[in-house]
Design a binder for this molecule. Structure first.
Ligand code: BT5
Length: 337
């Protein structure tokens, strides 16, 4: 993203982001230069400089002397102003940092949380140089095309319930993708999102805790949005895809981030008020494996069974041919053809 230094965070209270937020609220209408200078408390010349800055970033802005300014088109930039305009969340996204490039949004969110940053803090990046998967694996994170998002939460629940947040995260990602693209990803236990059998999103939740208490969780979400086939490395563990490949072309990343934060906030609020039961039901409906025959591989042991759902702590419940319900806490589970 031009106009911003690598590594420097852009926040919703910077001048150009405030102007963008105002444009978003005005839709196709004009915003007068006077309103803009009142909003920011700066001169009309200073406003003009910020408009020029936005144009340099790729925004198309019309200027009409007697009416003011109007936003005609936005490039697919991850903009704090666009995301926070009319973001009606209670917790998630109240504090938002957007980076051009960062090692890992999870690492940065973890650092901010350790420094005491507020619940709901969100770290977004256009690109990651050290994107993390689970178990030390790498998450391919090229610039300009995908979503790399991490959210700090401090749920007041016992440590043994921390894994429930994984299911909230995958559900929020699945709902938001459906809302913005019309595509309905299925969830592969524990936390992959698949479209036509290929991975479109991955989740890495990280935890800081002491004995029985959760200090905070970082929910890490990577969604392949406008990535092209040639941008995927060849040695991936499973087939991978993006929303643009599966759907009808490019999707606005800011719109999708906004939907993601909105769904996450709604699910988290519901979870705090009503517990896990509703989340579990919807997760099972979106699961790729519910009611299906699977092969479970744990270490050197392999067996088959039928998926019955998940339990209160996120274990996969699999019924063996002998009718015994086994709990799978880790390992590889794949659908039988
Ligand atoms: C995951 O790990 O699926 C978790 C990915 C979480 C990424 C987000 S991005 C924002 C936040 N900040 C971070 O640093 N991370 C989180 P896992 O199930 O271990 O899958 C990793 C494996 O998926 C790799 O070993 C590759 O084979 C494959 N892979 C790598 N990049 C991919 C991509 N962009 N799309 C699909 N598959 C990918």
């Amino acid at each position: 993203m031009s106009g911003r230094k690598s590594g420097a965070a852009s926040t919703a209270n910077q001048s150009h982001e405030q102007i963008l937020a105002l444009f978003m609220r005005h839709g196709a209408g004009f915003v007068s230069g006077e309103d803009l200078s009142d909003l920011l408390g700066v001169s009309r010349t200073a406003i003009w400089k910020q408009i020029k800055r936005l144009r340099d970033m790729g925004y198309s802005i019309e200027a009409v002397p007697s009416q003011g300014y109007r936003l005609i088109a936005s490039p697919d930039i991850l903009s704090a102003g666009e995301i926070t305009a009319e973001l009606a969340t209670r917790i998630v996204g109240k504090n938002l940092c957007v980076f051009n490039e960062i090692r890992s949004t999870n690492t940065e969110a973890f650092r901010l949380a350790e420094e005491g940053s507020m619940e709901g803090t969100v770290v977004l990046a256009d690109a990651q140089t050290g994107g993390k998967g689970r178990l030390g694996r790498i998450w391919t994170s090229p610039p300009g095309v995908n979503i790399y998002c991490s959210v700090v939460l401090r749920p007041p629940v016992p440590l043994m319930q921390a894994s429930q947040m994984t299911f909230i995260t995958s559900l929020a990602a699945s709902r938001s993708i459906e809302h913005v693209s019309g595509l309905v990803p299925v969830i592969k236990w524990p936390n992959d999102l698949l479209l036509n059998g290929a991975k479109v999103a991955g989740i890495l939740n990280e935890l800081s805790a002491e004995t029985e208490k959760i200090n905070f969780l970082v929910l890490g979400i990577g969604i392949n949005v406008n990535m092209t086939r040639s941008q995927f490395p060849e040695d991936l563990r499973y087939p991978a895809t993006s929303l643009a490949i599966e759907g009808n072309g490019p999707i606005s990343r800011s719109k999708l981030v906004k939907a993601l934060l909105t769904e996450l906030d709604a699910l988290y609020t519901d979870y705090l008020q009503n517990g896990f039961a509703g989340i579990r039901r919807e997760w099972e409906l979106r699961s790729a494996m519910q009611g299906k025959q699977v092969k479970v591989s744990t270490g050197d042991h392999e067996w088959t069974g039928m998926v019955k759902g998940i339990d209160d702590f996120g274990a996969l419940l699999v019924q063996t041919p002998a009718g015994i319900e086994e709990k799978v806490l880790s390992g590889d589970v794949s659908l039988l053809p």
